[in-house]
Design a protein around this ligand. Structure first.
Ligand code: SAH
Ligand code: SF4
Length: 360
């Protein structure tokens, strides 16, 4: 295929881009121009780069490419949440979800991005986990989800606004810590103020509890928020729900989280999906309080989003409030996640590589 030998510019930082332009015998400032086109304007065709000489545009087009993924399909929820099915160069597809922060017409958006095609962790309740694992995404494919989403959103909303997306959560398909280097590289690119310029504090990385990854992230000098998918406060249940718990049981996980807080002085978030008849009894609340109280942390309760073919059920709203109340009374900082995009299966854990439905 013709594109095979082309150099991928998406995912390059400014230094790498300068090096590349120098190798073509071009001055450094061309790199800054191209950098702006890619990361500020999400342009993927050299021919649109109007301040680059025509001859150079043609030369670039022969030797390089900018692979912003294409939005193949999209579904729009009644609450404004959009789910994009994005296609990578090798035709692999991932889902990216755009979530409005309010109902206001001029609202900003949070973006939920994928780090892998499928997921090897295989959690019992998760649609992605049930769909198997295909491959890791490269850093440029994570950054590409942001640019592709911003381009699509700008088109749909008819605005050239570069700041539509202000928050990124690594909570789409895949386990970010199992694709560690690419994930961290993508954060650095998203954060660069000359480019996409998303503040580190506006970035959240969610993990199923990969201790090695948490310890590594603690040493990166990043101010991102760490979210840990807890879902159970005893090893027996947690291992049934999240197979990774067999490798990293709760005491090791909690130690790693405390280490992360000590190193970064950042408050972490424990995510806890509420599964009817499974993990929301009074003793679950008591065990959760005991486990989390010594840590600088919020608990984010997520009512389960049902996945067809799986037997887990979402609890009633009274069971949800009761569990919420117990944790509050126990002195935890607790929030309840508002359900978004459930009507289009864009809510957490409903992202599946297999499901390729028609969208409007
Ligand atoms: N692999 C990472 C990040 C992606 S999953 C992790 O597991 O943390 C993002 C979040 O969605 C996790 O907290 C996960 O447990 C949760 N989740 C998965 N399936 C869900 C479902 N069906 N309903 C609600 N939350 C779900
Ligand atoms: Fe993977 Fe997270 Fe789903 Fe578990 S919950 S299977 S770690 S994506």
């Amino acid at each position: 295929m013709e594109t095979k030998h082309k150099i991928e510019l998406l995912g390059m930082d400014i230094q790498a881009l300068e090096k590349y332009l120098l190798s073509l015998g071009e001055p450094k400032f061309r790199a800054s121009q191209i950098y702006t086109w890619i990361y500020r304007k999400q342009v993927s065709s050299f021919y649109e780069m109007s301040d680059i000489p025509k001859e150079l545009r043609a030369r670039l087009d022969e030797s390089a490419q900018i692979s912003i993924p294409r939005v193949l399909k999209q579904r729009v929820s009644q609450d404004g949440t959009r789910k994009f099915l994005m296609e990578m160069n090798d035709k692999k597809k991932v889902e990216t979800v755009v979530i409005p922060q309010s109902r206001d017409k001029h609202t900003r958006y949070s973006l939920c991005i994928s780090t892998q095609v499928g997921c090897p962790v295989g959690c019992a309740f998760c649609a992605t986990g049930q769909s198997g694992f295909q491959r890791n995404l490269a850093a440029y494919e994570m950054v590409g989800q942001v640019l592709g989403s911003r381009r699509e959103l700008a088109k749909r909303l008819k605005t050239p606004d570069e700041t539509l997306i202000t928050n990124i959560v690594y909570m789409g398909m895949g386990e970010p810590m199992l694709n560690y280097e690419a994930m961290v590289e993508s954060i650095r690119i998203l954060n660069d103020h000359r480019g996409i310029n998303i503040g580190q504090r506006h970035i959240t990385v969610s993990t199923a509890g990969d201790v090695k990854g948490i310890e590594r992230l603690a040493g990166e000098d990043l101010q991102v928020t760490l979210a840990i998918s807890l879902h159970a406060s005893n090893d027996e249940l947690r291992s049934q729900l999240i197979p990774l718990n067999r490798k990293y049981p709760l005491h090791e996980l909690m130690q790693a989280v405390k280490y992360y807080v000590d190193q970064t002085h950042r408050r972490v978030t424990f995510e806890y999906i509420m599964l009817d008849d499974v993990n929301i009894a009074l003793e679950d609340a008591q065990a959760l309080i005991k486990l989390v109280k010594p840590v600088l942390a919020n608990v984010n309760l997520i009512p389960y989003n049902e996945v067809s073919g799986l037997e887990f059920r979402k609890p009633s709203s009274s069971a949800v409030s009761r569990f919420f109340g117990w944790l509050k009374e126990g002195g935890l900082e607790v929030t309840l996640r508002e359900e978004r995009g459930a009507d289009i299966e864009a809510a957490c854990g409903q992202l599946s590589a297999r499901r390729d439905r028609k969208v409007r």
